[in-house]
Write a protein that binds this ligand. Structure first.
Ligand code: FUB
Length: 309
């Protein structure tokens, strides 16, 4: 377990503490957080930075899972999915997200496709519990470069974010440089219509996260490079999206920035990664951190105060 005794002691003394000190894990490098609230627990799915230092590139082979009852004490469940679980993939376990539908858990992942379809692709694994076991649901990628690449790049099919609306319609959002979305069928493993490019997101880079608060939809994303997290709002999951501003600045010591936004026990959380907080951290050795998120009465979101810096 990655539980930190000091944090636990402070938590038991001070009822106001609602998340662990940042970074929340200090014995493993974690990135690209995605969180799922299920059955009174928060499940945190992260990428796993394994680069030896910060000089070359990402080394990412698997995805980790952690869970918590209180956002303070975290239990580590180890890697629960690996690139090699996808026969069509050859490396780079980049950003992912898990969602539940009808008792099944669908884990949408980014990985580099093998030689027949170069570039990055999005796949989906399925399991019977938030901890799996998970297996490739399709035996092939769900989104590949040849579906979106015409005027784009080899990296545009990364960073999936999945949403099921109140009427049961599911949607997949993703992208790098260009932002895309498409409907998913009820089986969660097939597209249910065309892929549409989302316009009007200033400086869009990657890392879409979709969430809803009251009657507003939110599309947050990494903008520019080095990346800040910005967000847009809409009354409709199909847009149009109206850009509203920046949520956090470049998070210490790494140009990437990647967020998940959840509500748990009536508090709102902004979960992200940073290269700061550990002496050997940096661009390819990132650490997940958590800070509280606050809405304004009109639904806009206040700038995040990062305690990871
Ligand atoms: O972790 C690899 C890539 O870096 C992710 O897919 C992007 O969102 C950025 O964080």
């Amino acid at each position: 377990s990655f539980t930190k005794p000091l944090v636990a002691a402070v938590a038991s003394c001070c009822a106001a503490l609602t998340y662990a000190a940042n970074p929340i894990f200090t014995d493993v490098f974690t990135a690209d957080p995605a969180a799922l609230v299920h059955d009174g627990k928060v499940y945190l799915y992260t990428g796993h930075d394994q680069a030896k230092d910060n000089t070359k590139f990402f080394e990412m082979h698997d995805w980790l899972v952690f869970s918590s009852d209180d956002m303070v004490n975290w239990e580590a469940h180890g890697p629960r999915l690996q690139v090699k679980d996808f026969k069509w993939a050859k490396g780079d376990a980049w950003a992912s997200q898990v969602i539940e539908r009808d008792g099944k858990f669908y884990w949408y992942i980014t990985a580099r496709h093998n030689d027949t379809k170069p570039g990055f692709a999005i796949g989906v694994a399925v399991g019977d519990s938030p901890l799996g076991p998970f297996k490739d649901a399709l035996g092939k990628a769900l989104i590949t470069n040849d579906m979106t690449t015409a005027t784009s790049n080899d990296w545009d099919d990364i960073d999936p974010s999945v949403w099921i609306d109140d009427d049961g319609q599911a949607y997949l959002f993703w992208g790098n440089t260009k932002a895309y979305y498409a409907k998913l069928k009820k089986n969660m493993t097939e597209l249910d219509g065309p892929i549409t490019e989302i316009k009007g997101l200033p400086e869009f880079t990657e890392a879409i996260w979709i969430h809803k608060h009251k009657d507003n939809f939110y599309l947050s994303y990494a903008m520019g490079f080095p990346e800040k997290i910005g967000y847009a709002m809409s009354k409709n999951i199909n847009g149009p999206w109206e850009y509203k501003g920046i949520l956090n600045e470049v998070a210490g010591n790494t140009p990437t920035n990647h967020q998940a936004i959840i509500t748990f026990n009536d508090k709102h959380y902004f979960i992200y990664h940073t290269g700061a907080g550990r002496p050997d951290g940096g661009q390819y050795r990132r650490s997940v951190s958590i800070d509280e998120l606050f809405y304004n009465p009109d639904g806009t979101i206040k700038r995040i105060i990062m305690t990871s810096e």
